[in-house]
Ligand binder design. Structure first.
Ligand code: IMO
Ligand code: MG
Length: 487
């Protein structure tokens, strides 16, 4: 065989990837020289073969929430995880709550990616996440009690920051005298605040005894005024943290590595990687309903900083969207229904927080926020969930724009005043009835349900490719069949 010519369509430097591909990947040489748009022409006698690398490349998929969380990301990730090699969390902490069904029983994960339920998958928690070592151990213990193996399948970044008991205490204190956000009180905001203040303790610091003790002292000193103001016994708190540390540091150690490097190697070895956001895009620190947001970036940009991935490597961005809207905690919610319809949605959708058990606020579909999410994230596929929970309503409203002081807003406004006081402009549609659960073909849905889905698609400007009609993995309609989500 003679390789007669190497043609590089993207202008980058490539030396016969084909030959490298023939090397075993264990040699460390194979698969190393990559370019997504590289074409190598190989001549065999009179025949020319074009060898494309693109088909084997770009296998990074992102699953994000497009509203205020609880869109059903857990189920979608579980559905797609079967096709992935690695499932990755890149932001947030144990404030997330993903309800899954395992061996017929509902099961909630807060920190560990839902891919853990597939024995051959690897789960990664990267630097952008804040990790509560105690909560992490509790989750591992639960997995073990269910006989789900965790060894060499879960990795946490040495650069992730840890949540310690004082973060949880401060989260509670802030809630009582700052603006009430309605946080999960897991210490998420205070841990990210320490990171930004350069006082944070990373996993690698937590593992180094002397470094940890020095940083702990610095932190307790810095936080003494606020802790004293609530009569917290700092000596007792210090002892509690040190005792926990003695047990948790050796436990944590076996899961820790450089996750950025792991992801880089995995991408170079054509592994399929699925990133899952922990919160919805409207809870994003920058693009959400600030200050009623979480303290990290669940939007797609969070992946680049939170995991160390090049933006160019991200291929598909899936937005999970609920057929109506919910929110937990405080903050603006233009389409909120404080009436019987809201109660019906809460009852039918079982809208109670997976992390805190709080009843979720419920309302009509808000196309303004979902359009905003789709633009901020560059969403190219939508997955609609809980359509079945809307069956039985006589009329359905969709918010197409906001109105405030005579002005119409089609794009999500940043002003707190407008977010709080704008009124929704609704488009009314006829409702649908009947048993929706169990349907697997789009055309078998009641005609009004089909019209509703099509209208949502139009208003958001992205195709709805999958519809989920229940918690179980197989309760889905593949509107677009045979999608290769990773390519
Ligand atoms: P999943 O994974 C819904 C909300 C809290 C609060 C705000 C800030 O189920 O989509 P935090 O504790 O993060 O500082 O609280 O964010 N919040 C969520 N709401 N689902 C979640 O996760 C959430 N995680 C945080 O209710 O309003
Ligand atoms: Mg939740």
């Amino acid at each position: 065989m003679r390789v007669s010519c190497v043609q590089i369509t993207s202008g980058s430097f490539v030396i016969l990837q084909f030959l490298f591909d023939l090397l075993p990947s264990s040699s460390g040489l194979g698969h190393r020289i990559f370019n997504p748009a590289t074409r190598v022409q190989i001549s065999l006698g009179a025949f020319n073969f074009n060898y494309y690398w693109r088909a084997k490349f770009m296998s990074v998929l992102v699953v994000l929430g497009t509203q205020w969380g609880d869109e059903g990301k857990g189920k979608v990730v579980h559905y797609l995880a079967e096709q992935a090699d690695l499932i990755v969390r890149y932001q947030g902490g144990n404030n997330a709550g993903h309800t899954l069904i395992y061996q017929g029983e509902p099961f909630v994960l807060h920190l560990i990616p839902s891919g853990i339920l597939f024995p051959e998958k690897t789960c990664v928690i990267t630097n952008g996440v804040v990790i509560d070592p105690k909560a992490f151990k509790e989750e591992i213990d639960i997995l073990h009690s269910k006989r789900i193996p965790t060894d060499k399948r879960i990795f946490i970044s040495e650069q992730a920051h840890v949540i310690l008991p004082y973060h949880r205490i401060i989260d509670g204190i802030f809630e009582s005298y700052n603006i009430k956000i309605g946080t999960t009180k897991k210490g998420i905001g205070p841990a990210y605040a320490d990171k930004v203040n350069r006082l944070g303790i990373r996993v690698i610091d937590y593992l180094e005894d002397s470094v940890f003790k020095e940083l702990l002292e610095k932190n307790l000193n810095a936080k003494a005024p606020i802790l004293n103001s609530q009569n917290v016994n700092i000596a007792k708190l210090r002892q509690e943290i040190i005792t926990e540390h003695n047990e948790l540091a050796p436990f944590l150690k076996r899961f820790v590595l450089d996750t950025r490097l792991l992801l880089e190697k995995s991408i170079n070895n054509n592994k399929k990687i699925l990133f899952e956001s922990a919160q919805g895009s409207l809870l994003d620190l920058d693009f959400g309903t600030y200050p009623f947001v979480t303290s990290s970036n669940p939007t797609v940009g969070g992946i680049c900083c939170g995991a160390g991935i090049e933006p160019k490597k991200i291929k598909n961005i899936l937005g999970v969207v609920k057929a109506y809207t919910t929110r937990v905690g405080e903050g603006p919610f233009t389409t909120e229904l404080s009436n019987k319809v809201g109660d019906i949605l809460r009852y039918k959708g079982q809208e109670y927080g997976a992390t805190t058990g709080r009843p979720r606020r419920c309302g009509w579909f808000d196309a303004v926020i979902v359009r905003h999410s789709s633009k901020v994230n560059g969403i190219n596929h939508l997955i609609l969930t809980k359509l079945d929970c809307m069956a039985g309503l006589d009329k359905i409203n969709i918010c197409v724009a906001y109105k405030y002081k005579g002005n119409i807003y089609k794009d999500f406004p940043a002003s707190r005043t407008i977010q709080k006081s704008a009124v929704p402009i609704y488009e009314e549609m006829d409702g649908f009835t009947g048993k929706i659960k169990g349907i697997t073909k789009f055309n078998d849905l009641p005609i009004n349900a089909q019209k509703y889905v099509k209208r949502l698609e139009q208003l958001v400007g992205v195709k709805i490719d999958l519809i989920s009609l229940g918690r179980k993995r197989d309760e889905v309609i593949e509107v677009t069949e045979n999608i290769n989500w990773f390519n």
